[in-house]
Design a protein around this ligand. Structure first.
Ligand code: GCU
Length: 414
């Protein structure tokens, strides 16, 4: 990685709007070799694969496919969970034919009142499945977890006292009451989040079976890949409507969720919650976190080529609005928080706003207002955006907007 001390503090972030400078975004409807894209067929057959390849080569690294031997084991099922309101299932997804080795644990809640296959919100969590709810039956992860002295996590081990630690970020009851299921897994099952974490994560464990070297993708790629494996499971569970899955991700996991959605069109909706630099925010807009800071603080997240653009994001062959465009024509929600200037709310808005012409190709409307909306005022139709008041977090307000959006977009929801 690039040692932080080599970077002038000034170059690594900026909170002064007058210093943002000017930039020209790479075009959405023109191929890298100058051809105009005017039809959905040209978009799907020419521009989409070209952009995916540019992002793989320069930003996130290549994403391998579904491994042979992938299989699932339901390890527990309770039809009377959460005081009778939910069905809880815990499933282990094994990435190889053996019931040992690389795997991830999925926690699934389904609304008890459901009559048929339910639409689902899915996403990875930061601290283990047991932190999304106080439910005593959730398996506590035995994997490496980040130290958190305030929460009493020491020795990189999760413990009983951390049940429900991040419950405010998942609002399980609210999601179930609204008729949706929720599936989540711990991102550390795929790769522990520190520079050497790849050594014990799937990038190393699966490099032979997936025929991909650890340095061809980064941790974000590993997390993104894992979300597609959860979708593989959904497709086998008759209680789930796999055609109505909304993938949600916060912050670094939001960056990964966008990359998943760009690659895996099985996800019907993508939600980026304050994904910031390397996520929804424009790289060329020099505000908040920068590419240089991202790559120095988190050298393991991206493809090594991304570091070449540390000091010259203007030379990146892509910018992040093109990543958002890869979600088209599927519904996309980009959310910012006002006090989270690090993620550059305006850069997230401008990038979400820019994809309108791609959605228009598919006769869908994006965000038609040029100005950023006021606080807590969602705007846009198939591409939606809000800037919530408050800090870098996921709140009930955020979820309520996602649920309303899903109600509208999944209008044939049961
Ligand atoms: C850091 C990092 C961000 C990231 C965030 C998070 O602040 O600089 O890029 O989004 O962590 O994941 O919470």
């Amino acid at each position: 990685g690039i040692p932080t001390q080599n970077l002038h503090a000034q170059e690594t972030f900026n909170y002064d709007e007058t210093k943002v400078g000017t930039y020209t975004l790479p075009p959405l409807l023109q191929t890298p070799d100058g051809k105009k894209i005017t039809t959905t067929t040209q978009w799907n057959n020419i521009q989409r694969p070209a952009l995916l390849k540019l992002f793989a080569d320069n930003v996130y690294g290549r994403l391998p496919g579904k491994p042979k031997g992938l299989h699932f084991k339901v390890t527990s099922e309770d039809k009377e969970a959460l005081g009778g309101k939910a069905i809880r299932k815990q499933i282990t997804i094994y990435f190889t034919p053996a019931d040992t080795g690389a795997s991830m644990d999925v926690l699934l809640y389904l609304p008890k009142q459901a009559k048929g296959p339910v639409p689902i919100f899915a996403g990875l969590n930061f601290k283990g499945n047991h932190t999304v709810h106080t439910d005593p039956e959730i398996k506590i992860t035995s994997r490496w977890v980040a130290e958190d002295k305030n929460a009493g996590i020491t020795g990189n081990k999760a413990n009983e006292n951390t049940r429900g630690l991040q419950a405010s970020r998942w609002v399980v009851e609210e999601i179930l009451t609204r008729g949706y299921g929720l599936a989540t897994a711990y991102y550390g099952d795929l790769e522990p989040d520190y520079p050497e974490g790849y050594k014990t994560g799937i990038r190393t464990q699966l490099s032979k079976s997936l025929q991909i070297q650890p340095n061809e993708w980064g941790a974000i790629g590993a997390w993104a890949w894992g979300m597609s494996r959860i979708m593989d499971y959904f497709e086998t569970d008759p209680a789930i409507n796999a055609k109505q899955v909304a993938l949600q991700g916060h912050s670094r996991i939001g960056k990964a969720a966008l990359w998943t959605g760009a690659n895996d069109t099985r996800f019907a909706m993508i939600i980026s919650n304050e994904s910031g630099e390397g996520g929804a925010a424009l790289a060329r807009r020099w505000y908040g976190e920068t590419v240089a800071r991202l790559n120095s603080a988190f050298p393991h997240w991206f493809n090594p080529n991304y570091k070449k653009f540390n000091d010259k994001p203007n030379q990146l062959p892509v910018d992040q609005h093109q990543l958002l465009a890869l979600i088209a024509p599927r519904p996309l929600y980009v959310a910012s928080a006002q006090e989270d200037q690090w993620s550059d709310p305006k850069g997230e808005f401008l990038s979400a706003q820019a994809v309108g012409p791609v959605y228009a190709l598919f006769s869908k409307k994006g965000i038609e207002t040029p100005e950023m909306p006021g606080l807590n005022q969602p705007v846009g139709e198939t591409v939606r955006y809000h800037n919530r008041s408050g800090k870098h977090d996921v709140t009930l307000y955020d979820w309520q907007q996602y649920l309303d959006f899903a109600d509208k977009q999944f209008s044939n929801k049961q």
